[in-house]
Structure formats: structure tokens, C-alpha cells
Design a protein around this ligand. Structure first.
Ligand SMILES: [Zn+2]
Ligand SMILES: [Zn+2]
Length: 647
């Protein structure tokens, strides 16, 4: 967590809801002081979905205290105090702090120790301001709502411990969390969403529906898809392959490891080393190795002058491989360097561009164990990756086509709310955080901005958060219940094509460097399947459903069973994921089992169905749809799958 103090610029961009929530933290502190006047406060910022205030207090606050604290907060809100800003000199602020008057209702015997420390750290040229609401005075740069009465509805949510400034050498404080909204309805909707999200938790459903597992012997953060989960990943892959083929992509396949030199060239080493698995070394360097290297160098001279004998040439090749093996090898953390090598493998001309190389590439990233979270944060990722190489003139239409692909996927999956975060560079950090190419940054950022504007895509621009080799776009999507997910990243790259010396012959017969776009609209299988589980609450549309049809027989008449089996064969011949339950259990028990596994469609088959060459159709979540002719029922299934219908 970022424990740094917010800059004035950051404060100026605080949204209305952040102001409201931060204001609520002042009210929280006021309420705590009314009950425990000795409380000492540190920082109280808004956070994602709420706010907190860190407090040092001998009494251990527990959720049992929330009612009491909330009652005091309500009084403050009802009193509708204005938030009044007072600018003070550094000396005045320190004097008040020494009298215990900061983050307090009155002067106290103990100084406001954390606030005194915060004053010390305010830059000399920054104005110091206090905010007063009722008796409560706090050291704060704002901003707030106008009056406490503007805080519509709030609730305290939990209490945790936190070190002052996030440093474990500092005292441990109690962090009291809450959330606030403009209206009671918004607050209620938020908690209802959380309740629903708990039921949809992909880790819980993943287990119940037998979609994926983790295993300690395999390792943390390394999910394995069970057959039912693998089906979803395969369907997504099929979708991506069809979509990309139609859009002129070509598929490639690359190994999961590569020599260190590849990642040095790409610039991922050393900058990205912490996120990569440690390297493998196949052979250690020793004396014998040194002798071989010398011999290799001799042979190199001979080969270069084309004077080698066949024996010398084969010795040269043999040694070359042996020396390459002594290098470090890395598990790949990204597919780009391999793809760049494929671009360079063949001479390219402007006629070959745009070249779009796609691969569902498996990458490995060393995420900190504390960061691992279900399928959302993992160490092995199967990525819907592709790298597009193009001339600058082609950039706009290529980038636009990528965005169109996103929007089509959103429509297919019923994702109605999304946001593209367009991260740009900070010119003052060129050469450190960002590749030192001021002109290219300007150009590509402008082109990207134009495309986003012209296509009416919902986006925000975030300065200073670009990748080190170019501007990027992070795509956030909200599931049907309003939960937010980071799904994918798009990056413009003008540095790596240079590092890899990628070139194409332009019309004027001059070698030029292509621009590259990295894109992964479906993100990784891991994260996207996790998202879909929660989005659909496990009730997948037919085309994605792990088990599309289950045939349930009534009774044990061998003729009925044969009829049911013939339907199974027909469905399977059409690649429908169909199963049969021909056990002698009661039909209600069979239906219940299928419902539990959220099987999409059930064909219930009794003697009457057999006689009429029909099936009785039941759809999960919809119930009994009645009997239909066999051919019609099967045709409907096939059409729904083919069209990837949302039902
Ligand atoms: Zn404040
Ligand atoms: Zn890439």
C-alpha cells in the first residue's frame, strides 16, 4: 500500500466521492474522541471503496464498538457543521500540536504526536492548513465536502492494525475502516453487491463446480484446470483464434524458456528481474570450460575467414551449442521477445505490414506470495497475446481495430461497464522511469489519444504510469453485479523494436523500424475465467457451459436407455459436451444433481418421449420447458452454441 503523503496535485484530482469519504474520516475521528478523548490520530485518507483513520488508543476497538461510534458520527452529521479551512504558520501549527489540539476536540495534556511528525514532513514551500468542523480541529490539506451534513450515508466496516507510515519500526496503530456514499440507497446497493459477490466468489464456485484446483506439491499461484474448467479456457481460445484469424492475425508457437541474452536485449533484465522466476543454469563455468571457450574463439576466426575443414566446422558447431548451454535460462515472463525474434527471422518489407503474430503464450511471473489471489493473481499465465508490427501510418487503424475487438468481446460477454485507463509518461522522468525518446513518446501518445477520442471509447488519462517502453492502456471491466476487474493491457512499444533491431524495407527502399502494439483483449485464461465465473455466477451460457447437455432417463426400461444413448451419440457427434445419467435413481434426485453442477440443459427421457421421438427439455435456472421433437431440440442446441448466444 502506498503510505506516502498525497501531493497537492493528487489532492486536487480527488473525486467527489473521495472528498465525501475523506470528510467522513474527520467525523469518525470526532466520534472516537467523544468516547475516548485521549485518542491520537495519524492519517485518514480515502481509499478504494471507503476511508480509514489510523488511531493510537489503549482501548482495543472492536466491531462491538461500531454502534456506539456510529451513533456519535450521526450526531455530528446531523449538526451539519461546516468544514472551515484556516491557514496557519508552521510555528502556529506546531504550537497547537504541542498543546494536543490537533486531531482533537480541545487542548490536551499530551501533544498530538503524529500530527507534529506530519508537520515536520510538510515541504517548506507548502502552506499549512487546518480544518475545523464543530469542536474538531485537524491538520489537513483537504479537500472536503462543505458541511458534515453532506455525508449522506456511511457505515464502519472493520478494524485492522497498521504501522505508522507502514513501517514496522514505527508504533502499531488501529486502522478503523468505513465507507460512505451520497445516499442510503447507494450504500445499501454496495453492501448487497458485496453479499452477492461473496456467493459468486470464483474460488468458492471453482471448487463447487470442479473447475480448477491449487495443489501444494505443484506450488502456490500455479492453478490447474480440471476438465470442467479446461473446457471454458478452450472455448475462449477457440473464440480468440476465430476472431483473430478473421482480423488477419497469424498464429505462432514459441518455447517457455529462453537465454538470458534475450531478456537483456528486450530490457526486461535487469529492470523486470524481480518479477521473473530465478534463472536456471545448466552448466557451471570451470577450467575445462575456459579451454573450450579459447578453442571456440580460434575456430570462430577460421570460420569467419571461410577456411574451415568439415571437421573444424562440426567441432565449431558442437562447441557453440555447449557454450550456449552454459548460459542462464529464464522461464518466460512475457511473449514479446520471442515474437520479435520471429519478426526478425524473415526479411520484411512494407508489403508484409501490418504483421500480426498471435499466440496463447504461457508465461511465468514471480508474484510475491502475499499478492497471490485465486485465479486473479497467479504465477503461471496463459495469455491471449499478440504483437502487431506496423508502419506509423498504419498505427491509427491498427489500434482502432484492436479497440473494436475489445468492444465486440464486451458485447459478447454482456459487459456493459468498462473503462480504459490510458497511462502516459512524465517528461521529467525520461531516461529513468521511461525510455529516453521524447519525440516518440509525444507522437504515440497523441496518436493513441486521437483514436480513443474519435472512437468514443470510455477512457481516462493517467499521467506518469506508462510502461517503460511506451504508453499503455489498462482495461477495467465491471461484472454484472458491479464488481470491478482489471482484465487486460494494451501497450504501444517503440523501444523494443529498436532493441531488437527490427526493420522493414519501406517503399523508398530504406530500412525503417516498425511500431509494435502488444495486446491481449481476453487477458489471461486464469484471470478471464475467474472473471467469467463471478460474472455469470457459474451459470455459463450454453456455448461456454462445461457440461452443455445431460440426458436423464426415467426408469430402467432398456429400450428407453437405448433411445437416450442414441441421443447422446448424436450430440457428441456434433461436438456437444453431453453426458448421460442412466442410474436407477429417482428422476428428481437426478435433476437435483444436475442443477447442483449448473448443467445448462437437461433432456429428460421417459417412455412417452421415446414413443413420440421427443425429449423433455429442462434448462438450469429456467425450469421445465416441456417436450420437443428430438430433431428440433438438438437443432436449437447446435444453433445456440454456434452463435455463442448469451442464453
Ligand atoms: Zn481532511
Ligand atoms: Zn508483449
Amino acid at each position: 500500500m502506498n503510505e506516502e503523503r498525497k501531493t497537492l496535485e493528487q489532492r486536487a484530482t480527488m473525486t467527489d466521492i473521495e472528498r465525501l469519504r475523506h470528510s467522513a474520516s474527520h467525523v469518525l475521528a470526532t466520534a472516537i474522541l467523544k468516547i475516548w478523548p485521549e485518542a491520537q490520530f495519524a492519517a485518514g485518507p480515502p481509499v478504494e471503496n471507503g476511508f480509514y483513520y489510523d488511531v493510537d488508543l489503549p482501548h482495543r476497538i472492536s466491531p462491538n464498538d461500531f454502534e456506539k461510534i456510529e451513533a456519535e458520527m450521526k450526531k455530528e452529521i446531523k449538526a451539519n457543521h461546516p468544514f472551515e479551512r484556516v491557514e496557519v504558520s508552521r510555528d502556529e501549527a506546531l504550537a497547537l500540536g504541542n498543546k494536543g489540539r490537533l486531531a482533537a476536540l480541545s487542548e490536551r495534556s499530551e501533544p498530538s504526536k503524529f500530527k507534529l511528525d506530519i508537520i515536520e514532513n510538510i515541504p517548506a514551500d507548502e502552506k499549512i492548513s487546518l480544518y475545523q468542523s464543530g469542536d474538531f480541529i485537524d491538520l489537513c490539506a483537504g479537500p472536503h465536502v462543505m458541511r458534515t451534513g453532506n455525508i449522506g450515508a456511511f457505515r464502519l466496516t472493520n478494524v485492522a492494525s497498521a504501522y505508522y507510515k507502514g513501517d514496522e519500526k514505527n508504533p502499531q496503530l488501529q486502522r478503523v475502516y468505513g465507507t460512505a456514499f451520497k445516499t442510503k440507497k447507494e450504500l445499501d446497493d454496495y453492501f448487497a453487491m458485496l453479499e452477492e459477490a461473496k456467493k459468486r466468489d470464483h474460488r468458492k464456485l471453482g471448487k463447487e463446480l470442479e473447475l480448477f484446483v491449487f495443489d501444494d506439491d505443484v506450488g502456490p499461484g500455479l492453478p490447474m484446470f480440471l476438465p470442467r474448467g479446461a473446457v471454458i479456457a478452450e472455448e475462449l481460445e477457440k473464440l480468440a483464434k476465430e476472431t483473430e484469424f478473421a482480423a488477419g492475425y497469424q498464429r505462432v508457437r514459441t518455447p517457455h524458456i529462453a537465454r538470458e541474452s534475450l531478456y537483456k536485449k528486450s530490457g526486461h533484465l535487469p529492470y523486470y528481474a524481480e518479477s521473473m522466476f530465478p534463472p536456471m543454469q545448466l552448466r557451471r563455468e570451470d577450467e575445462e570450460f575456459e579451454t573450450k571457450r579459447k578453442r571456440f574463439d580460434e575456430l570462430q576466426v577460421i570460420v569467419d575467414s571461410k577456411l574451415e575443414s568439415p571437421d573444424e566446422y562440426s567441432e565449431f558447431k558442437h562447441l557453440q551449442y555447449e557454450l550456449l548451454e552454459s548460459d542462464k535460462y529464464y522461464l518466460k515472463a512475457m511473449n514479446c521477445p520471442h515474437h520479435h525474434k520471429l519478426f526478425a527471422a524473415v526479411p520484411r518489407s512494407y508489403r508484409d505490414l501490418p504483421l500480426r503474430l498471435a499466440e496463447y503464450g504461457t508465461c511465468y511471473r514471480y508474484e510475491q506470495s502475499g499478492e497471490l489471489f485465486g485465479l486473479m493473481r497467479v504465477r503461471s499465465l496463459q495469455m491471449n497475446d499478440a504483437h502487431l508490427y506496423m508502419t506509423p501510418e498504419q498505427f491509427e487503424s491498427e489500434f482502432n481495430a484492436v479497440n473494436e475487438m475489445y468492444l465486440n468481446y464486451f458485447k459478447l460477454f454482456g459487459i456493459e461497464k468498462y473503462l480504459m485507463r490510458f497511462s502516459t509518461h512524465d517528461p521529467s522522468k525520461l531516461g529513468q522511469k521511461f525510455v529516453d525518446e521524447p519525440e516518440l513518446w509525444k507522437q504515440t501518445e497523441e496518436m493513441t489519444r486521437n483514436v480513443l477520442k474519435n472512437s468514443g471509447i470510455n477512457y481516462v488519462e493517467v499521467p506518469n504510469e506508462a510502461a517503460f517502453y511506451g504508453p499503455k492502456i489498462d482495461v477495467q471491466a465491471w461484472s454484472v453485479i458491479g464488481r470491478e476487474f482489471s482484465i487486460a493491457t494494451n501497450q504501444v512499444d517503440f523501444a523494443q523494436p529498436r532493441n531488437f533491431d527490427l526493420r522493414y524495407k519501406d517503399r523508398d527502399n530504406i530500412d525503417k523500424i516498425p511500431i509494435c502494439i502488444h495486446r491481449a483483449p481476453l487477458g489471461t485464461h486464469e484471470r478471464f475465467v475467474g472473471f467469467l465465473i463471478e460474472h455469470y455466477a457459474g451459470n455459463f451460457p450454453l456455448w461456454l457451459s462445461p457440461e452443455q447437455v445431460r440426458i436423464l432417463t426415467i426408469g430402467d426400461d432398456p429400450k428407453v436407455v437405448d433411445y437416450a444413448r442414441s441421443i447422446l451419440s448424436e450430440l457428441r457427434a456434433h461436438q456437444v459436451r453431453a453426458e448421460i445419467d442412466e442410474s436407477t435413481d429417482k428422476i428428481n434426485g437426478k435433476i437435483q444433481r444436475a442443477e447442483q453442477m449448473k448443467v445448462h440443459t437437461m433432456f429428460v427421457i421417459g417412455k412417452r418421449d421415446m414413443d413420440a421421438e421427443a425429449v423433455s427439455v429442462r434448462v438450469h435456472g429456467k425450469g421445465n420447458l416441456g417436450a420437443k421433437p428430438r430433431a428440433e431440440a438438438i437443432a436449437e442446441i447446435l444453433l445456440s452454441i454456434k452463435e455463442r448466444r448469451a442464453e
